[in-house]
Every structure is written in structure tokens, then in C-alpha cells.
Design a binder for this molecule. Structure first.
Ligand SMILES: Nc1ncnc2c1ncn2[C@@H]1O[C@H](COP(=O)(O)OP(=O)(O)OP(=O)(O)O)[C@@H](O)[C@H]1O
Ligand SMILES: [Mg+2]
Length: 239
């Protein structure tokens, strides 16, 4: 296993947002994380990246407990994350941002932009600030993840803000990132995206309820989440 969450609990403002979180991500797989709005998917992603602390349990990466390491230390170990809402860097060009992200000299930043269907000539000298649309920033961030060649890429809704016509380009990029050696933990609401995963985990009310094939998880998602009794869920500590 590349990543193992063992009974992870995350609190925010004194409220348990994530609890009983046990997930195992295999090296080399695309692992989807699905669930309703507010299920705790982003919170769990932040906790893995070290952006917010966990209140109990442990995060094991390559057999080592990284629960108390800083974001930078986790990044050095090869973990990277693309946010649901990409950051707005001011005063830095797309070219510079991609150059900083690039791990291997042989990777071309022009090619990375083409993979996210942005014309390099049009974008390389533009600034990463307000002038770019949400979808453009999202694509540039994904191009940066591609260039980083991370060991574990956590992608929080890489499809959000991406128009329907381009969704298959983004799916293609995720497959490319994976085929170049990155394990991918991908949060998504779209079936087209979760279908490409090797395995999916369904999050319900802060707890990963099941990990299985995309087909099984999607069926359980539809059946279980529609009929979920939240009160009963809390009593049982899971679905
Ligand atoms: N700082 C905070 N203080 C209190 N509650 C919070 C805080 N951050 C998140 N929450 C709550 O935690 C729950 C989980 O939020 P989270 O963003 O992890 O959900 P999500 O599964 O990523 O949802 P979405 O699909 O909408 O992105 C939500 O109910 C949210 O309101
Ligand atoms: Mg989220």
C-alpha cells in the first residue's frame, strides 16, 4: 500500500467532520473518492496533505507515519494536491509557474499545456491572476501536477469548472499522469471520471463506507445515499 488511513478523525471548530476513516490506496492505482456535498472529501484530502491536522488516528505513507509532518515535508515525500478552488497567484506568469513545477527537464511545458487543451502561444506569457477564467486556472494547475511527476497526486474535483466538451481531455490527462508513475487519489462527482478509477471509495457523512469497483460503488451510492438515515448512520458509526 502506498497510503493507509487508520481510523483518522478530523475536527473543525470542535465538530467532527471526518471519523472512522480507513482507506488504503494501492501504489499505481487511480483511486476515486465519491460522495455527496459536505461528506468530508475535501477535508480528508487537506488532512492527507497536512493542510489541516488530524485529531486522532494515523496517516501511513510508504509504511511511515506521516501524521505529524508539515505540508512541505509531505510534499518532499512526493505528495501533491490540486485544490478544488485553485489558488490565484499574482505576478507570476504561466510559464514561470510551470517551470517551477517541472521536475524533469525533458518534460515540455508546451506539451503540458497542450494536454489540457490550452494553446501555449496564447497562455505562456499571461499572468496567473484574475484575468484567467476558473476553468483555465484549473487546467493550468493540472498541467503543473503533470509536470511535478508526484508519487501521489491528490486531485480535488479536477473536473469542476471544466466544460462538458473538455471533460475527456481532463480524463486523458489523469490517465497520462497515472501512466507516468503517479498514484492518483481523485475526488469527483462525475460518473465519467469515477468510471476510470481502479477502485472507488464512497464517503458518507464523514466516513468512508465502502471501497470497491466503480460499478459497485456507483450502484451503492445511488441506492444507499438516497435512502440514508443520517440519525441511524451516526448511531451505527457507519452505513
Ligand atoms: N472550517 C470549518 N468549520 C466548520 N465546518 C467545516 C469547516 N470546513 C468544512 N466544514 C464542514 O465539513 C463538512 C465537509 O466539508 P468538505 O468540504 O470536506 O465536504 P466535501 O465532501 O468536499 O463536499 P463538496 O462535494 O461539496 O466539495 C461540511 O459540512 C462543511 O460545512
Ligand atoms: Mg469538496
Amino acid at each position: 500500500m502506498l497510503l493507509q488511513l487508520k481510523n483518522v478523525e478530523v475536527e473543525r471548530d470542535g465538530k467532527k467532520i471526518v471519523q472512522f476513516a480507513n482507506i488504503a490506496v494501492k501504489k499505481g492505482e487511480i483511486h476515486g473518492l465519491v460522495g455527496l456535498n459536505g461528506a468530508g472529501k475535501s477535508t480528508l484530502a487537506y488532512a492527507i496533505m497536512g493542510i489541516i491536522p488530524i485529531s486522532s488516528g494515523s496517516i501511513i505513507y510508504r509504511g511511515e507515519d506521516i501524521s505529524h509532518l508539515s505540508i512541505t515535508e509531505r510534499a518532499r515525500k512526493g505528495i501533491t494536491m490540486a485544490w478544488q478552488e485553485p489558488a490565484r497567484f499574482e505576478g507570476i506568469t504561466v510559464r514561470k509557474y510551470l517551470e517551477i513545477s517541472r521536475k524533469k527537464k525533458e518534460d515540455s511545458i508546451e506539451e503540458a499545456l497542450e494536454l489540457v487543451t490550452l494553446e501555449p502561444k496564447k497562455y505562456l506569457n499571461r499572468e496567473l491572476g484574475e484575468g484567467l477564467s476558473g476553468g483555465e486556472r484549473k487546467r493550468i494547475e493540472l498541467a503543473a501536477v503533470y509536470l511535478m511527476r508526484p508519487e501521489l497526486a491528490i486531485l480535488d474535483e479536477p473536473d469542476s469548472g471544466i466544460d462538458m466538451m473538455s471533460i475527456y481531455d481532463i480524463i486523458g490527462l489523469i490517465k497520462t499522469i497515472n501512466s507516468k508513475g503517479s498514484t492518483v487519489l481523485m475526488i469527483t462527482h462525475r460518473d465519467e471520471m469515477s468510471e476510470i478509477a481502479d477502485r472507488n471509495t464512497l464517503m458518507c457523512n464523514g466516513t468512508p463506507a465502502i471501497t470497491d469497483t466503480p460499478i459497485k460503488v456507483s450502484r451503492i451510492f445511488r441506492e444507499m445515499c438516497r435512502n440514508c438515515d443520517e440519525h441511524d448512520f451516526e448511531k451505527k458509526g457507519g452505513c
